[in-house]
Design a protein around this ligand. Structure first.
Ligand SMILES: [Zn+2]
Ligand SMILES: [Zn+2]
Length: 188
């Protein structure tokens, strides 16, 4: 998206402010799977630094998904502090940009820096692995599908009863081992 492409000519020493709200599809590469995000807000400043550039700012968004347990809607707000260093040169492989050691640098070429790829990578790294509406969410009953947060359907109690019934049979088998095992090797 054009608003995230920053022309490098004439950036003053105290930097160029960037303030944009863009739909996530504007930063999503065509070959990437989607993220449960509507739009992202990028605020910050692009600063010249020793012939290269530094972007300092914040990225704000909301991940909206349904609860992994009960399917209720879950919204997880995200507010990330950003410090992106840009170095001139051909693009690196995706994973080479985050190598740790304080050496993370994005690459840029030509007369502008496109912040969309950086925004996308931050989103991918920040995306929650799980969506749970609340820690103690009881989820849906696997047997009848009832929301166990709202009402106790009783399926679990019945499952407990039947497993006790099975244990009853096991006790019976212990008391009558001849009936329970029919091992031909043991018969002379
Ligand atoms: Zn839930
Ligand atoms: Zn149930």
């Amino acid at each position: 998206m054009a608003v995230l492409k920053i022309a490098l000519a004439g950036i003053p020493a105290d930097g160029r402010p960037v303030s944009a709200v863009v739909p996530v599809r504007a930063v999503q590469p065509e070959d990437s799977g989607s993220l449960p995000v509507d739009e992202v807000q990028l605020e910050g400043i692009l600063l010249p630094l020793d012939g290269d550039f530094l972007f300092r700012g914040s990225l704000t968004t909301v991940f909206s998904h349904f609860c992994d347990r009960c399917l209720a809607s879950v919204k997880i707000p995200m507010d990330l502090d950003l410090l992106w260093a840009f170095k001139e040169g051909p693009p690196l492989a995706w994973d080479a940009e985050f190598t740790g050691n304080g050496e993370e640098k994005f690459r840029y070429q030509g007369s502008e820096i496109d912040l969309s790829a950086c925004v996308w990578e931050e989103l991918v790294l920040a995306a929650p692995l799980k969506y749970i509406c609340r820690e103690e969410c009881a989820g849906l009953c696997p047997q009848c599908g009832a929301d166990r947060n709202a009402d106790a359907c009783g399926c679990l109690d019945r499952a407990e009863e039947s497993s006790q019934a099975h244990r009853g049979f096991a006790d019976l088998a212990k008391r009558f081992p001849d009936l329970a095992t029919a091992d031909p090797e043991s018969e002379e």
